[in-house]
Design a protein. Sequence first.
Length: 460
Amino acid sequence: MQFPRPAAFRSKFQLVLSCKSRPSSSPTHLASVLQARLGQPRKMSTVSFRLSKSIESTSLPPIPQAYEWSEAYKATPGRPLLDMSQGVPGIPPPQSLLDALAAASSDPGSCGYVPNAGEPSLRDAVVQEMKVAYGPDTDVTRNDVSITAGCNLAFSAVAMTVAGRGDEVVLPVPWYFNHEMTLTMLGIKPVWLRTFPEDGFQPSVSECAKLITPATRAIVLVTPNNPTGAIYEPGLIHSFAALAYENKLPLIIDETYRDFIVGGPPHHLFSSGHVPQLPQSWNWRQTLIHLFSFSKSYCIPGHRLGLVVSSPSISPALNTALDNTQICAPRPAQRALAPLLPSLRPFVRGCALAVQARHILFKDSLPKRWHIGSQGAYYAFVRHPFKGLDASDVCKRLAQEIGVICLPAGFFGPRQGGKAEGEMGRWIRFSVANVDDEKVKKVCERLGECETAFGWELDE
Ligand SMILES: Cc1ncc(COP(=O)(O)O)c(C=O)c1O
């Protein structure tokens, strides 16, 4: 999840550590620690009840930590704070969409509920967009599509539908932190499928096969990936689908950043024809659960729209999860978008090309000791040059002293004592989508400056 920059945010992250180190904390102690850490007014009363064990065992959202670091930076007009932390669109949606959102919001027809799966007009429009994204032989119909209040909710609803307390779900590491947090919150064990820089952070099908146990309920992929930016080749995605199919498991594939792939289709799993790497009997509805977000492609994260594409045979179960979490997704945005999607294709494509050009600029401008391990869609995953230091220490000083906000790999994977494990500690996520070209160049200049300013030992 992404956050606007909260001036008053205090260290919720530290709060978790301190709460976890006090398993016998009384509820009132917990609440007063919360107050103190969040900087809330002292007169606010404490609560007399305990929080749920599930929520207590779930990490707090990490991004506020990065913003807290940046509070120490003294920005000037000549040296502003440069934010490459958030995965948020850097531009507003087109005027036609803003106008349609305004009109739909003030239309009494938008005020009621709509069935769990959403506005039929938007579900039909999505089918057409999927034919553009995946090819004209895409075998998806309105009945396969459920509209959700954002893709995070799509993931939660799907997780609730396919797994329960004590079950296991395979999750590539580094992970998108809301996936790990959601699974933990639901009592589902995330099983780590590690990815490595030498493989360009692409997950291994054979390693994944070794992680499957009788408790496994799903395999998750995110492509293009958050946080690494790695875009998985269609063949790799097909092989994961084959593995899931053989093991009678769902492959949950979060394609929030799909439209930022500027080459060919992301994969051919929806094709009505034969798909390489897959058995002749392949029918995506038996195995695949696809997730998508309208937040990035259409620059409307605040309007909360995402979707699930899955077999209608799981609709009763999925609708149960959706009914209890959202009833329906926000209706004005659904009604506004439905007729506009085809006309927004040039805008979506233009954004993808601009972000791709910015990736090239970032790569060309980065000081030579900073190495890109993978990049694509919104993100670049970069190895910092400081010997023996965890990226959290580096990101902290970058935010505090040179005014660059970016996120350490420890926010996206297993941590020990607040640090990322082993080699992962060298990696930093930069979001190239939410800044303009000038800012990208300035960030790279400041990364060069800090090599001497920090006084730390550098790689050769
Ligand atoms: C991989 C991934 N999935 C889902 C989301 C959340 O999307 P939404 O705004 O639709 O909930 C994000 C947002 O950063 C993301 O990176």
